[in-house]
Design a protein. Structure first.
Ligand SMILES: [Zn+2]
Length: 74
């Protein structure tokens, strides 16, 4: 059991803000690059990119990712 809890989403008050990590262009891990509400009806999100904060960017749905992955498949 993980003994930590995520901060509650202040927008909807139902979901939790979940930290997401990414990998940089050099393959270095970027921890907690973005925080996203777990409530699918809310999708409040905050992320940092190139030192700037982005609030509530639209979340891409799976179709775009699928297409991108197919293009990169050898
Ligand atoms: Zn929320």
């Amino acid at each position: 059991m993980e003994n930590r809890s995520w901060p509650k989403c202040l927008k909807c008050g139902k979901g939790d803000l979940l930290p997401l990590s990414d990998f940089g262009s050099q393959g270095a891990p970027i921890q907690y690059k973005a925080w996203v509400c777990t409530n699918p009806d809310c999708r409040y999100n905050i992320k940092i990119r190139n030192g700037e904060i982005y609030l509530n960017e639209p979340i891409l749905d799976g179709a775009l990712h699928t297409r991108a992955r197919r293009e990169y498949t050898p």
